[in-house]
Design a protein around this ligand. Sequence first.
Ligand SMILES: Nc1ncnc2c1ncn2[C@@H]1O[C@H](COP(=O)(O)OP(=O)(O)OP(=O)(O)O)[C@@H](O)[C@H]1O
Ligand SMILES: [Mg+2]
Length: 321
Amino acid sequence: MKKKILEIKDLYVEYITEDGIVHAVNGLNLELEKGQTLGLVGETGAGKTTTVLSIMKLLPEQIGRITKGTILLDGNNITDLRETEMQKLRGNAVSMIFQDPMTSLNPVLSVGDQIAEVLELHQAELGKKRIDERVDEILDMVGLQKERKVEYPHQFSGGMKQRIVIAMALACEPKLLLADEPTTALDVTIQAQVLEMMNRLKDTFSTSMMLITHDLGVVAQTCDSVAIMYAGRVIEQGTLKDIYTAGRHHPYTIGLFNSIPDLTKDTKRLSPIKGLMPDPINLPNGCAFHPRCPECLDVCRYEMPEESCYGTHKIRCHLYK
Ligand SMILES: Nc1ncnc2c1ncn2[C@@H]1O[C@H](COP(=O)(O)OP(=O)(O)OP(=O)(O)O)[C@@H](O)[C@H]1O
Ligand SMILES: [Mg+2]
């Protein structure tokens, strides 16, 4: 059996708000094999960012908390790790590219100093001269001129800033990279370049990656396996082949695919999924997708479906008992 870099078992995460308890992640199971890329897909509010923040242990203090479940990183249980221990792992064992790259850069520090800071924190033994050289190498690796390291974030374009953030995330060659919509803010050509670059770097360092995206096209180009998330749960997962070519799917997955244009078919109009994500403070009983599901059965209204397995392909839906 292949080694797992990440295993999440029955994870529950909630946020405490004035309006009530937001159930953001509700019994999530996920696995990622070493060296592979997993695409995490789902509508806005599905709990994707919450999932990666839980792995990084960066949920907002006092507000967000893990109430149940375990997270194993490279075989080690990090669920209850103390902040001091977790600090040693962040950047080193696991690194994250945030959904909004512009906010993860410090506006008053030069780009070179920011990359050096990551190295000083985790690889101080390199010494100042070698860290300086590493900054140049890392900038070169992401296609930026090393002469520009003295410049500040605002002097770079959006695509360049994203490259800097990726450079920082990869500086210490983490075993696992969590990329939260790393290309959503970029135009299509830059998006393609950044994805290509991330793929290349991932191969060079044999990094495992979790890629969060809304874009099923990006998943097809980049991922080995896919997990589709709805209301804080994975409702379907499998290899790229399982998700894109298998005969049976969760009605939500079918809905997601129907809402993107298919160039091989003469479709007059797209058919988006009707309705909205349920209110995470008051999740419906049974399958959370049932109020929007065109295939809804009676049982779906009161009973949470179990997962049905077809080899690597798993679907959580009463249609496939
Ligand atoms: N700090 C917070 N306080 C209260 N609720 C939160 C907080 N952060 C997220 N939530 C809620 O938790 C749920 C999951 O949010 P999350 O950010 O994980 O979704 P997402 O799948 O990443 O969505 P998107 O695609 O828009 O980034 C949402 O209902 C959201 O409103
Ligand atoms: Mg998000």
